[in-house]
Design a protein. Structure first.
Length: 78
């Protein structure tokens, strides 16, 4: 007997929050194709650049609380 989407949904909704999050991540990963090696390399280069800028203090970081508040303000303006 095959299970339906509804059966799977009901069963999954009974999982703990952490298990549902893990399952969601796995489902999303199952939709993605193989990672593009050029994209991975570009992200690695960008991360290295940004870390170097932070280490050299050539950029100013913004505290998460301030970033969060700015985003919430923008969201409420709409």
């Amino acid at each position: 007997m095959s299970r339906t989407f509804t059966d799977v949904w009901k069963e999954a909704s009974e999982l703990s929050e952490a298990d549902r999050a893990a399952l969601a991540g796995l489902l999303i990963e199952s939709l993605e194709g193989e990672p593009d090696p050029d994209v991975e390399a570009a992200w690695a280069t960008e991360i290295e650049k940004r870390v170097a800028e932070l280490d050299a203090a050539t950029v100013k970081s913004i505290p998460w609380e301030e970033v969060r508040q700015r985003l919430l303000d923008r969201l409420h303006e709409r």
